[in-house]
Design a protein around this ligand. Structure first.
Ligand code: SF4
Length: 279
């Protein structure tokens, strides 16, 4: 739990030097072939000891949470051990985003107590999901059931021409499987895909304006900054105070889509400082 005391004004020089949250692509490996995937396709993987050392350093510098992605983090060798080591060695929240198709009762058991929130990627429901992800929809429903025994979890959905007409269905699905949040991610452009169209973005914004979902709704504003109203979460907080991302080759970036970053040596806070100076 994070508690925001927003009646207390903190001068920027007293802000924690670490970002509030760090996302980490542990590996580029993933057996699915989603057309809109932005994960790099070259083989790359981070060493477990390095990631643990960075987590300990970030915790001491005031970071509140680390979120694993990829690629597919459950394809990472020693994934459960890494989560467990971080949960025991730091006070940070440990989260991960998964396609869910590698989850087994054994893996869920080994993650128990080591993970505080999970995001399950479900792009569309039924036949749409099966066409986009190439896996049975029943299998991801089963994964949601397994996750429900592990930790609070949310549903992530990429929104594009295929899924924008299924927003109501996705909200109903998220509620039905017991998710605590539905996070909508407007498809971002990659080398292979143009990203969500202007017309579909507009449909998403209009839907969100009147949606009355039972499940909590969250929307990534990337690409929709002008269309979605927002409030300043923490007054004075700059983007690099809120979030940084490490890719599977050990480059620290402002976010996963950023074209450039800083190579991380043994100390991640040195790289974080260099990233701030370059911004
Ligand atoms: S499941 Fe995620 S990492 Fe794997 S191909 Fe699809 S979008 Fe990429």
């Amino acid at each position: 739990m994070n508690v925001l005391l927003d009646e207390v004004s903190v001068p920027p020089e007293q802000f924690s030097p670490a970002p509030r949250y760090l996302s980490v692509a542990l590996t580029n490996a993933c057996e699915l072939r989603c057309a809109y995937c932005y994960a790099p396709k070259h083989a790359a993987v981070l060493e477990r000891e390095r990631v643990l050392a960075w987590a300990v350093e970030l915790d001491a510098a005031g970071c509140l949470g680390v979120g694993f992605g990829g690629g597919e983090p459950t394809a990472y060798r020693g994934f459960a051990q890494l989560c467990s080591d971080i949960a025991q060695s730091t006070s940070m929240a440990v989260t991960f985003t998964t396609h869910g198709h590698r989850l087994t009762p054994e893996l869920v058991e080994s993650l128990r107590g080591a993970v505080h929130f999970v995001r399950l990627s479900v792009d569309g429901v039924g036949a749409t999901y099966e066409r986009l992800r190439g896996r049975p929809f029943a299998a991801v429903v089963q994964s949601a059931g397994l996750l429900g025994t592990l930790a609070p979890f949310g549903i992530n959905a990429v929104i594009n021409a295929d899924t924008v007409s299924e927003l109501d269905d996705l909200a109903e699905f998220a509620d039905k499987v017991g998710a605590s949040e539905l996070l909508l991610l407007p498809e971002q452009p990659t080398a292979e895909t143009p990203g969500i169209s202007g017309a579909d973005s507009q449909r998403l914004v209009e839907w969100a304006a009147i949606a009355r979902t039972k499940v909590r709704l969250a929307i990534s504003r990337t690409g929709l900054e002008a269309a979605l109203p927002t409030t300043e979460v923490i007054p004075g907080e700059r983007p690099l105070d809120a979030h940084m991302h490490i890719d599977a080759t050990g480059i620290l970036r402002p976010h996963a889509y950023a074209p450039t970053g800083v190579s991380v040596g043994s100390l991640i806070m040195e790289a974080a400082q260099a990233l701030r100076e370059a911004a």
